[in-house]
Design a protein around this ligand. Sequence first.
Ligand code: KIV
Ligand code: NA
Length: 263
Amino acid sequence: PRRFRIAHLAEAKHHGEPLTMLTAYDSMVASIIDRAGVDMILVGDSIGTTVFGDSNTLGVELADMVRATKSVANGTQRALIVSDLPFATYETGPAQAFESASQLIKAGANAVKLEGGVRVAEQIRTLVSNGIPVIAHIGFTPQSENTLSGPRVQGRGDDAADRVVEDAVAVQEAGAAAVVLEMVPADLASRITSILEIPTIGIGAGPETDGQVLVWSDMAGMTDWQPSFVQVFGQVGEALSKASTDYVAAVKSRSFPTREHSF
Ligand code: KIV
Ligand code: NA
């Protein structure tokens, strides 16, 4: 299958072809969603909440992201692999950002994602000019949840909307290949999508962005609760639960293993 590359982002926007992105944190899930034909796999710092069970993403270390990126790369043949720079690995400046991002690239990422607009434009410029494609992430940025007072829609009202637009334009001018818009009103996401030449990838940003991204465990029904903007496309948690109870019952009743499963 054709490898999805950075140049295909602009091509897709040009042709009006919706872009697809899902998270993965390990090779098993990555290989399943890669074979399903997703354009991009995001090794998200959402690994902190989804895999590690933390209450936010702030405790994720660069080493966690490096290990997860290697795992995802091992299971991926076609999708573009994008890895998140976790909290406190890029904010202080371009040198810190390059040092951190290079480790994700060495682990198998094809691009990195970082949170912020105007405030991280210099980091984006340095990464891109040194061979590391960047996807920016604006609107609600989970790494700033303490200053933003939790997961809240960003860009409501004219002034707030203008600030999100400024962030979008800043990351494009700095050389970002695409921008994730998280939890912004659909009309604002639509407006940014028409202003920008680079693709927008929405999550809780309505139907008019150039692409969509979801956390795999949310959209596959692994949890009892999902954010309201998520559609649950499958009941994988229920299937695993049933498989597990069936296994327990089979061992308890001595119906597994049989001689057929033996040497
Ligand atoms: O870490 C993540 O899963 C993300 C997506 C929600 C965009 O950044
Ligand atoms: Na993230």
